[in-house]
Design a protein around this ligand. Structure first.
Ligand SMILES: NC(=O)CC[C@H](N)C(=O)O
Length: 364
């Protein structure tokens, strides 16, 4: 028996799986839920979940095993996972292993047999909050008595833990793009690579001047974990590039570009995490289903006077889903156009960016 205990004291019972250190060790993270029907591997390896405990609302997880080449990153910064039923993935012929094998290898503790429906409803009604996974309820009481916000939001921002240590190049025959790695999902890189670009990936803290020295034809800002408002230095740095290069921002990249132009972000009550979030393109009226994973959003009012117009809006709650600059070739999306395992109907944004690059530099 083991427990998830939220910071307000609400406890959910389960059974442990994967690696648990035992003793007094407490597994801590912000508890969030994702409503996708599949894609557990992509979620677990998405560095945007750094510092979080992820609850899957789909009732059976692990049923197609683990496929190494499908991971979104080589390291995992997620703190734990919570499932209703853990499947051993017996049905998958080509898997490299089971989900539980991977949890053991990558040090991801899990809780199974949890009433994930009740947990999700609780978070929806009470908001995202910190939580801990423990073997004894007494451990939780002792922990909450002395815990501080830094237990969940460390001084060194998650982005600096998620980003690559060194710059690196992904070869391609086409023009060179700079990528600011805030915790990039591999599929963003694959979507750009597929279109022929050569990619020069920079760590999150790279000064704008260093990026310009490369003379790239464009810049892409990736997804990333944590609170964007705690990264004013990156926003200021990127602000210097708005007038210099065609830019595309995805998720955290979108939030950073909005901040770079003077807008602000705020925390959503329980975030958007799932594969069926409807988004409308304000220019064409077209609605698509999108994959999302974010806990913060750009404040609509704060966009006034920044030069950014809202290009996409969320049809569930009206939040800002994408921006287009009125003067410069800068476009951003809050959702994930690169989503794997889908929906795939949004990857046209990469083609739009390619058109912008072609218009500026000529056909590649
Ligand atoms: N996937 C992302 O890039 C997430 C961005 C940011 N960490 C948020 O939660 O809003």
């Amino acid at each position: 028996m083991a427990w998830l205990v939220l910071s307000d004291g609400k406890a959910f019972e389960g059974e442990k799986f994967g690696p648990w250190i035992g003793g007094d060790h407490v597994i801590k993270g912000e508890v969030v839920f994702n409503t996708s029907m599949c894609g557990y591997q992509e979620m677990i390896t998405d560095l945007s979940y750094a510092g979080q405990i992820l609850t899957f609302t789909h009732p059976q997880i692990g049923n197609y095993g683990w496929h190494n080449e499908e991971s979104e990153a080589d390291k995992v910064l997620l703190k734990g996972i919570i499932v209703r039923e853990l499947s051993a993935g017996e049905g998958s012929l080509h898997a490299d292993g089971s989900l539980e094998d991977f949890c053991m290898k990558q040090n991801i503790p899990g809780l199974k047999g949890v009433d994930t429906r009740a947990l999700t409803r609780y978070i929806r009604n009470n908001g995202t909050m910190p939580g801990i996974m423990v073997e004894e309820l007494e451990q939780a009481a002792a922990f909450w008595q002395k815990s501080t916000p830094q237990d969940f939001d460390p001084e060194k921002h998650w982005v600096y833990q998620a980003t690559s240590d060194e710059e690196y190049v992904i070869p391609g025959n086409g023009p060179e793009l700079a990528v600011l790695d805030l915790g990039a999902k591999k599929n963003i890189l694959r979507c750009l690579q597929k279109r022929g670009y050569r990619l020069h990936v920079f760590p999150a803290g790279t000064p704008s001047q260093k990026i310009m020295e490369l003379r790239p034809q464009g810049l892409v800002l990736s997804n990333g974990p944590g609170d964007p408002a705690r990264l004013p230095e990156i926003a200021e740095n990127m602000g210097k590039l708005i007038a210099e290069l065609p830019i595309m921002g995805i998720c955290m990249g979108h939030q950073i570009m909005a901040m770079a132009a003077g807008a602000s972000t705020y925390k959503l009550p329980f975030g958007h995490r799932g594969g069926n979030h409807p988004v409308q393109n304000k220019e064409t009226g077209k609605v698509t289903m999108t994959s999302q994973n974010h806990g913060y959003a750009v404040s609509e009012e704060s966009l006034r006077g920044t030069g950014f117009n809202i290009m996409y809006a969320n049809l569930n709650d009206g939040t800002v889903e994408g921006l287009k600059h009125e003067k410069y070739p800068v476009l951003t999306v809050q959702y994930h156009p690169e989503a794997a395992p889908g929906p795939e109907e949004n990857d046209e944004i990469f083609d739009r960016f390619a058109e912008i690059l072609n218009a500026k530099w000529g056909e590649m």
